[in-house]
Design a protein around this ligand. Sequence first.
Ligand SMILES: Cc1ncc(COP(=O)(O)O)c(C=O)c1O
Length: 347
Amino acid sequence: MSPDSGRHEFASDNTAAICPEAWEALKEANAGCAPSYGDDRWTARVRDRVREIFESDCDVYFVFNGTAANALALAQICQSFHGVICHEHAHIQTDECGAPEFFTKGSKLLLIGGPDGKIEIGQAEAVVARQNEPHSHKPRAISIAQATEFGTVYTRNDIAVIAGFARTRELFLHIDGARFANAIASLNCAPKAITWEVGVDVLCFGGTKNGTAAGELVIFFNKEISREFDYRVKQAGQLGSKMRFLAAPWLGLVTNDVWLRNARHANDKARHLADRLRNEAKIDIVFPVDANAVFARMNERLVRDLRARGWDFYKFVEPDVYRLMCSWSTTEAAISDLITDVLSLND
Ligand SMILES: Cc1ncc(COP(=O)(O)O)c(C=O)c1O
């Protein structure tokens, strides 16, 4: 089977196309000449709109992808001898090829556990308490993903507790928000309620999984730590010269709350997919479906046969838990096709 054939709808939320509003905004920006390196009007408008959405005079930067956003945000906070407390299944630990350690020039990720992909605050306390000054990395930040890598969502209170702990220990709080839109859609709250209002210092806000082709925002609510971040972005090769083409699709997302509509659609479809897998195919769904991911326990034979029919998806937890992801473009028809195949193969 060639890579282009088959069904990629549930493999990830980055298999989706650019959403229509982002595409239109990109087309609109594709005329004439405009200032480069972010001095264009699209970039300015996105920054203003983001400040409106967050009800905050925050600093907003563009980078090309989520790995760079996380790594550079953490590098802004940490020196080489610092540590970042995060979940053992955090994307920064499992899927960024050491970029946080590389860009911080040696900071260490201090791994802790916790159910459903969320950090357990007692374990964070234990890490700080056992610090052996000056022989081990000094905890400097806590990083959480919202939504988490397991498709769950921290409540406002969860984040307030983590932020409260961080404050008392002089730790910064970073959010990997590759799916921040899905978290807001899930909690149905104001973005400020789970960020600066509760003490989040820096948020990496993802656009790629929400409907752009590329481009993530690094948003500093704590402006004391954003100083000279523009130099860091440039040095890391993350400053787009034709920035308007990163910004314009973002403008499509943040205008008329398309970002929220896209996220709500993805979340609704994930819940629906989970319900059908559970009720019709009797498949175990292993984490709460708070956002747009469904983690399903499937046996080896079913997985092999689904793949033989072209379905593309990944194993996330050994030995038998697979992730099925929904996006702004997931259709009812795709869900029905998958369920039909699961039912016929389960017979
Ligand atoms: C939780 C999380 N953070 C960050 C990212 C961003 O990664 P990328 O560098 O591929 O844009 C992803 C992408 O899968 C993710 O799932």
